[in-house]
Ligand binder design. Structure first.
Ligand code: PLP
Length: 377
């Protein structure tokens, strides 16, 4: 059988077997609508409440601050549009140039409705410098939205410093933490953020479910109008199995956070050390503060697209840039924002190592990479 090596964990992750098992009863026997008043619905209601508490504990929030959504895209849309529409007097918004399209397109949508948006530049590592925010924020700024960790190059932002500046101006702070939750410690109290987006399929949970953390007292309007689920802020019958799967997956990852980080760092070092020894000409993007296991590698005078397909033929799944950008072979907005030279940018691949990867996978990736690069020369 052809080998299959999955190293695209920033695009999505394999469902944790413990989460899978936890979901089954809610797909089979316990199919009640959690909003119904009869006793058959009681266990579903209880499961949702327990999932909410579990998730809250993992990020040091209160259960009432966790709102279930259909994933990262919805959480980002809700945070930006919900915060904008809750205050039509303070209309100015600030985000960064390297956000995920869920944030960028949401910002463009509110721009069309008369909300001015500033897109902050980043430095060559992909970092939003606090002084850049300081120069652009005013007391009229309604919301600052800066991602926790970038999905293409892995840069982790100085969120605490950015929050401090936003709050000095009475501005709400949102962070898209889709790539970070379940992979590195996240403490909303320590960070001070008001809104935080997360998505289950990025931390070994099921697809189509996520959450938005909304700090108590943050003014935000509902995104989905309809029934009174989620404290009347996000209507729609709850997907109990997915909610339970998400909470279980997050708890699993948070319970094993340090050992997962250590394992992933070891594999990352194995790849980087061997690449450096092989003399292959490449740069690693993202600076020094990067998400564990996310390697944005740019090879001089190569085609990232061709490398992806050659690796695919060898049974290895990696990505060229952002997952949601898969069909686009232009230089991504993130690589443009960090000013990467074209001869490197076009030869960029993203290897994202997950907890299920092993040493053998890394050796195979490395051997295949070396062969592919040689073939091109
Ligand atoms: N934000 C970031 C940083 C992401 O990486 C992604 C997915 O790639 C999303 C948002 C969208 O999340 P979802 O796939 O759950 O809609």
């Amino acid at each position: 059988m052809k080998q299959f090596i999955y190293a695209d964990n920033a695009a999505t992750t394999k469902l944790d077997p413990v989460a899978y098992e936890a979901m089954l009863p809610w797909l089979k026997e316990e199919y009640a609508n959690a909003s119904q008043p009869y006793s058959f619905a009681r266990s579903a209601k209880k499961a949702i409440a327990e999932a909410r508490s579990l998730i809250a504990r993992c990020i040091n929030a209160e259960p009432e601050e966790i709102f279930f959504t259909s994933g990262g895209t919805e959480s980002d849309n809700w945070a930006i549009k919900g915060a904008a529409f809750a205050d039509t007097e303070h209309r100015a918004m600030i985000t960064s140039q390297i956000e995920h399209h869920a944030v960028l397109r949401s910002c463009e949508a509110i721009e069309r409705l008369g909300y001015p948006v500033i897109y902050l530049p980043v430095n060559k590592d992909g970092t939003v410098l606090p002084e850049t925010l300081e120069q652009n924020i005013t007391d009229n700024t309604r919301l600052v939205s800066v991602m926790f960790a970038n999905n293409e190059i892995g840069t982790i932002q100085p969120i605490k410093d950015l929050v401090r500046i936003a709050h000095k101006h009475g501005t709400i702070f949102h962070t898209d933490a889709v790539q970070a939750v379940g992979h590195i410690p996240i403490d909303v109290q320590e960070l001070g953020v008001d809104l935080l987006s997360a998505s289950a399929h990025k931390f070994n949970g099921p697809k189509g479910i996520g959450f938005l953390y909304i700090r108590q007292g943050t003014s935000i309007v509902s995104f989905m109008d309809g029934g009174s689920q989620e404290n009347a802020l996000r209507a729609g019958t709850e997907n109990v199995a997915a909610i339970v799967g998400m909470a279980t997956a997050l708890k699993e990852n948070c319970d094993h956070l340090n050992e997962n980080i250590e394992h992933i760092h070891e594999l990352e070092n194995q790849l980087i050390t061997a690449m450096n020894e092989s003399g292959v000409q490449y740069v690693r993007n993202g600076g020094n503060t990067i998400l564990p296991g996310l390697l944005s590698l740019s090879f001089m005078n190569q085609s990232g697209e061709t490398m992806l397909h050659r690796l695919d033929l060898k049974g290895i799944a990696i990505s060229t840039g952002a997952a949601c950008n898969g069909d686009n072979d232009e230089i991504s907005h993130v690589l443009q924002a960090i000013n990467l030279k074209e001869e490197f940018a076009l030869g960029t691949i993203r290897v994202s190592i997950g907890k299920q990867c092993n040493e053998g996978d890394i050796s195979e990736i490395l051997n295949s990479l070396k062969q592919i690069i040689k073939i091109r020369h």
